[in-house]
Write a protein that binds this ligand. Structure first.
Ligand code: BG6
Length: 462
């Protein structure tokens, strides 16, 4: 009997996590990242003063966690390697404890029938590399390429799906524009250089992979469709420029191998073009991705600017648009993000129509909720029906996209078990499993049981 929403055979059901958010950063001879440093120097910037040391300790619990993934019907799981763990300091000697740990995690996943998807960089710059200027410095790009090659040599015999970066725009926005990541710089010119150099690092790693290996390599982008307030040309322009800055700045070079000409003209007009090397254009052109991960949480709604920006204020993307609050919008009040399920479908249609229907999957989608203990049942389980509804409504739109021919291969929830959310620390919980931070006990939430059924049946009824 077929289900109301039946997904294609071999659809990827799973979840995603990142090294810094789950491993525990004092384990196993790891080096320091910008997160350790920032927490040591400014603990007040973190919710409840909780830093990256206190996590769900995947480092010691991975066997139990992977077993639970198997029970839940996961056929895929995305993790990231920590550069600072594998090569403390970012360059030089490989940490043998890290090699043993990641080998063991990868082997355990495979043993349990779960295909590992491995990402190389998830916001976690080694501190020594940041001290050299981070992505602004070409030596750091070279060190990153060496780290990637080391990872391929060590693990690519078993890992066949790789990603260079998770949401590369976020360290740009957080670290160089809006002050929510270290190094807390607010300078658009530097931000644009960092963004550009990140794409160069991405292309060099993609090139290195394709040279010797036969699996797939991609990038994971957080795409936020820009919806204009109206069809007024000024609103349309505002949304088009947002799309250029926040989506196409990474999507176009990753998938098409070149930057949108409108973005280049705009940056040129305002004197914001980054420094380039002659060989960059062909490097980008020859190293497009095999696979695209799409993280989707929220839409972006914009309108034309109400007031002309002060010409003496430093250049910012906000010179070209105002944010717009959609009347009647549905919100996740804890994270302050609008919930708009159709956005997922709109992204997929855009990829189909304008990006050669590149193979893609939803690499993150999820709902962080504060004080989830409120929803504990007599069985001591969190009854997160709101999360089930959230996933289901998104999956309906994803299903429609597939029916209309979009080349989307899977859905991963953020995240498997409650984890450390950067400056929000443990404020909002996203997991299928709750974690008691004192005992490290994991307990399946109601959504975990529901998702297990969905994965096993490859779909669901309404
Ligand atoms: C994505 C990131 O942006 O969203 C994750 O890839 C992050 O690292 C997730 O945790 C949820 O966002 P936040 O800020 O609430 O943790």
């Amino acid at each position: 009997m077929s289900l109301d929403y039946q997904f294609p055979k071999d659809f990827w059901w799973g979840s995603a996590a990142s090294a810094t958010q789950i491993e525990g950063s004092k384990n196993g001879g790891t080096g320091k990242t910008i997160w350790d440093h920032w927490f040591e120097t400014s603990p007040n910037r973190f919710f409840d003063n909780v830093g990256p040391y206190q996590t769900s300790d995947f480092y010691h619990h991975y066997k139990e966690d992977i077993q639970s993934m198997q029970k839940m019907g996961h056929n895929t799981f995305r993790l990231s390697l920590s550069w600072a763990r594998l090569i403390p300091g970012g360059e030089g000697k490989v940490n043998t404890e890290a090699v043993a740990f990641y080998n063991s995690v990868i082997d355990e996943l495979i043993k349990r029938g779960i295909t590992p998807f491995v990402n190389l960089f998830h916001f976690d710059m080694p501190m020594e590399m940041q001290e050299k200027g981070g992505w602004e410095n070409k030596e750091v790009i070279d060190a990153f390429v060496n780290y990637a090659k080391t990872a391929f040599e060590l693990f690519a015999d078993r890992v066949k799906i790789w990603f260079t970066f998770n949401e590369p725009i976020v360290p740009v926005e957080g670290g160089y524009l809006y002050d929510f990541h270290y190094p807390n710089i607010v300078d658009a010119k530097q931000a644009i250089q960092v963004a550009y150099n990140t794409m160069i690092a991405h292309a060099k790693v993609t090139e290195a992979y394709h040279q010797y290996y036969k699996g797939k390599i991609g990038i994971i982008l957080n795409l936020t469709p820009s919806y204009p307030r109206s069809n007024n040309p000024a609103d349309l322009r505002a949304s088009r420029i947002c799309d250029l800055f926040f989506n196409r700045s990474f999507l176009d070079p990753a998938v098409k191998g070149e930057y949108p000409s409108e973005l280049i003209s705009l940056l040129k007009e305002y004197g914001q073009l980054p420094e380039k090397q002659n060989e960059d254009a062909s490097l980008l052109k020859n190293n497009i991705v095999d696979l695209l991960g799409v993280n989707y949480y929220q839409p972006r709604r914009v309108k034309a600017k109400e007031n002309i920006p002060n010409p003496y204020s430093p250049f910012m993307p906000e010179w070209f648009f105002d944010n717009y609050e959609m009347p009647g919008r549905k919100m996740n009040p804890y994270r302050g993000w609008e919930i708009y399920e159709k956005g997922m479908y709109d992204i997929m249609i855009d990829l189909k129509e304008n990006y050669n229907n590149i193979e893609s999957f939803i690499s993150e989608n999820g709902m962080g909720v504060q004080n989830e203990e409120r929803f504990l049942s007599g069985k001591q389980r969190i009854e997160d029906d709101y999360r089930i509804d959230f996933i289901k409504e998104h999956l309906k739109w994803l299903h429609k996209a597939i029916e209309e021919g979009c080349n989307v291969k899977g859905y991963h929830l953020w995240t498997f078990m409650d984890n450390w959310s950067w400056t929000n620390a443990y404020k909002n919980r996203y997991g299928f499993f709750s974690v008691d931070l004192n005992t490290q006990k994991r307990t399946a939430k109601k959504s975990a049981l529901w998702f297990a059924e969905v994965s096993k049946q490859n779909g669901f009824n309404v």
